[in-house]
Design a protein around this ligand. Structure first.
Ligand code: SF4
Ligand code: ZN
Length: 732
């Protein structure tokens, strides 16, 4: 039986390589071998070929070289013999297939055929996955909110079954890619027919209608070892090991398999990703270092997702509050349009706020939900708009006043993760919508309280012993409480402003990204948040209280060896240990000498521009050119992987407005270029810091892409506006 698979895989690979060759010849005839191609927004060329062989495919001529590698891996179809000798040949063929598919898809991009559009529905598939998306999601991969990826290939026996399988994966927070078809139908089409929201926001990403499009998912996987793992291109053994050990992907194949599915599957198995089918396929048992079945079957569609998850060895615990709708991070990005809204609160339409307040243990009753307002049931039932004040009171032996804001910031996820409920904003500018669909499922006002109580307990277990939620729905109550809340917000902001690196004796580490970038540690101080932007010093402090053996550990500051550069004995000692000696010493406030390492999920990159005697900052998501002649994606490729790279550094957006921003290099005054969007995003905070630094109006002297994209024009502009960097000490 297994020989059949090997034969199919080998046959499929031969077919695809031949197809790629024909297409390539045609393209070279039409456009010439020097025709340049790159997938949208990536620094890794054709990522699979690049990771495996170190060869950067940049032109059609280069594709010929790439295809040559594939050809070397091809084998003749076996005639008889026993199975074993063919295992290696099938795996070789799998890799040849991935190379050929990558070239085929690149050529389709050149012809304008990618990303694919479904002729019947007009739906546009995702196509190639950009580096930006990969980095955006990096943090969810490491902190466990996204425990793995599934690739579903083919079509389910019915639309309802397709929905059931995908919903189960969503509830388990698995990112799901869809590709391929079976008998003219596909899971993408099935979900579209059922009105399921597709896309990155809901974690269901249709890549394309053919089996070959699965390669986009594998191209995304392989970039994890390049971006986060710091694995060198060409070090294929290391890449494959990284994939097997750290990238938790698996495939679910619905419907019969043809040669192309088998050979693509062989490619995926090569990367350590098992597959499960719903037809009578041969089971392939573990080989070599693999500890799980590589191919298995499950005819019961209600069990297939769970079985796949177990095959890949994923342990997933999901906390679901007792509410009548589905719940999980996969629903967080769901949008609720006006016409789908049953009732809404806040959003400048009605008075509203949300506020977390610390109480004594005997002052509140655990899990009690109180709704205060006249006829509130009837008013809720009528829909429309309503005032809403959400007061969450928490008490606990390890609770601290400082954690109020940390807990409050989670209200956004608490509410948004419920299917059909939507939340935006915070404090007194919040906005909540409940959809018609959720209302139909029986979602009540009290459920808003229940989910906040359950999730606050869950997320802050061991800090929070009791949670009580009060919902105010009368305008006078909301306004009255809001006055109190505003005083609390102000106190909190003052406290935050007084938290400086000098004022504390403990920093916190964040080790979450070590699962992907083993030598990376974020050192989080009151004035410098983690480079992904998701964790600040208070988060680190709270996380350590919650889980003393978790990913955030206290770092005793120790002696300050250099206040200007921010060097502390405690941080150095800690880093030496936590990076296994890879990082010996760290300067917190400079990029020039022993700067912080970068994993890959940085929100921004700072890079030196020597001729301007300053630095530029470019944010993830900005796809244009920068004055140093590199786009974000290219630059990011040189910064990540857990290494210290003087002159370059990844940082979180909020660090830019910190008083400690490049303090040792001269601070804010060094910034000479930033994308316009980033300038606008940080303007409010930046204005305060520039004022305090004695350079009011600095932001207006910083160039952006509308002013220049090269260093010559940049210098002209800086001279014209009299930018302070030009008269500062030389950076180098
Ligand atoms: Fe990764 Fe640093 Fe963010 Fe932690 S704070 S998740 S280590 S980038
Ligand atoms: Zn990271």
């Amino acid at each position: 039986m297994s020989k059949l698979i090997a034969t199919a895989a080998i046959r499929g690979a031969n077919k695809l390589v031949a197809q790629a060759e024909t297409m390539l010849e045609k393209a070279i005839n039409e456009k010439g071998k020097d025709y340049v191609f790159e997938f949208p927004d990536t620094a890794f060329h054709l990522p699979m070929i690049y990771a495996m062989t170190a060869f950067p495919v940049k032109t059609l001529g280069d594709m010929k070289v790439g295809l040559g590698f594939a050809k070397e891996l091809l084998h003749d179809e076996p005639e008889e013999h026993i199975w074993k000798p063919y295992l290696g040949e099938a795996l070789d063929s799998g890799m040849a297939t991935l190379f050929a598919e990558e070239i085929i898809l690149a050529l389709r991009y050149i012809s304008g055929l990618e990303p694919c559009k479904d002729p019947e529905t007009g739906y546009v598939y995702n196509g190639f996955i950009s580096d930006t998306i990969q980095r955006n999601l990096g943090i969810q991969l490491v902190d466990g909110t996204m425990p793995g990826f599934a690739a579903i290939i083919g079509a389910a026996p019915s639309d309802d079954i397709a929905v059931t399988i995908v919903r189960e994966l969503q509830e388990k927070n698995i990112l799901t890619f869809l590709s391929g078809q079976y008998k003219g139908d596909s899971v993408t089409k099935q979900l579209l027919r059922k009105g399921v929201q597709l896309g990155w926001d809901t974690r269901i990403v249709p890549l394309g209608p053919d089996t070959e499009h699965t390669l986009y998912a594998l191209d995304w996987a392989i970039r994890a070892s390049l971006i986060f793992g710091g694995k060198k291109p060409g070090d294929f053994k290391e890449h494959l090991k990284y994939q097997k050990d750290r990238v938790f992907a698996f495939a679910i194949v619905l419907g019969e398999l043809d040669d192309i599915k088998w050979t693509t599957g062989a490619g995926a198995i090569n990367m350590g990703f098992p597959a499960i089918g719903d037809t009578d396929i041969p089971v392939i048992h573990p080989t070599g270092v693999c500890t799980y079945e590589e191919v298995d079957k499950e005819f019961d569609h209600s069990k297939i997702a769970q079985k796949a998850i177990e095959m890949r060895g994923l342990k997933i615990t999901v906390e679901k509050p007792p509410i009548p709708v589905a719940y999980g991070p996969a629903f967080e990005g769901e949008r609720i349009r006006k016409e789908d809204t049953f009732i809404e609160f806040g959003g400048q339409r009605t008075a509203a706020f949300e506020w977390v307040r610390m109480r004594e243990l005997d002052e509140i009753e655990d899990n009690k939900i109180i709704v205060i307002g006249e006829n509130w049931q009837q008013r809720y039932e009528a829909g429309g708009q309503m005032p809403l004040g959400i007061l969450i009171e928490v008490a606990g032996r390890k609770m601290q006043k400082d954690f109020e804001s940390v807990i409050e910031r989670k209200i956004h996820s608490n509410i948004n993760e419920a299917q059909g409920i939507w939340h935006m904003g915070q404090r007194d500018i919040n906005w909540v919508r409940i959809s018609n669909a959720a209302k139909k499922e029986g979602f009540t006002l009290e459920h808003l309280g229940i989910l906040n109580a359950t999730m606050t307990h869950h997320r802050f277990r061991s800090i929070v012993d009791k949670v009580q939620v009060t919902l105010y729905v009368d305008e006078k109550d909301v306004k009255g409480r809001l006055d109190e809340a505003r005083i609390a917000y102000r106190e909190r902001d003052l406290r935050l402003g007084s938290l400086t690196d000098e004022a504390v004796d403990t920093f916190y580490s964040c080790l979450l990204c070590q699962s992907f970038a083993p030598s990376h540690v974020c050192v989080i101080t009151p004035e410098r948040l983690g480079l992904c932007g998701a964790y600040n010093w208070l988060d680190g402090k709270a996380a350590f209280e919650i889980d003393p053996t978790g990913g955030n550990q206290p770092i005793t500051k120790g002696e300050c060896l250099d206040p200007k550069f921010g060097r502390y004995t405690g941080a150095d000692e800690y880093l030496k240990k936590a990076t296994g000696g890879a990082v010996e010493t760290l300067n917190l406030y400079t990029i020039m000498e022993n700067p912080m390492t970068s994993c890959g999920c940085f929100e921004c990159i700072i890079a030196i521009i020597p001729e301007a005697n300053g630095v530029m900052i470019v944010n993830r998501g900005f796809t244009g050119m920068t004055p140093i002649g590199m786009k974000f994606s290219t630059l990011a490729g040189t910064v990540g992987g857990g290494a210290q790279t003087p002159g370059f550094m990844g940082v979180g957006v909020n660090f830019i407005s910190s008083k400690k921003f490049l303090y040792g290099d001269g601070g804010l005054k060094r910034i000479v270029w930033m994308p316009k969007g980033l300038k606008e995003r940080i303007a409010e905070d930046f204005r305060k810091t520039e004022e305090a630094a004695g350079v009011p109006g600095l932001l207006d002297k910083i160039a952006d892409e509308t002013i220049c994209e090269d260093s010559e024009k940049l210098l002209e502009f800086l001279t014209q506006v009299g930018h302070p960097a030009l008269s500062m000490d030389p950076m180098i």
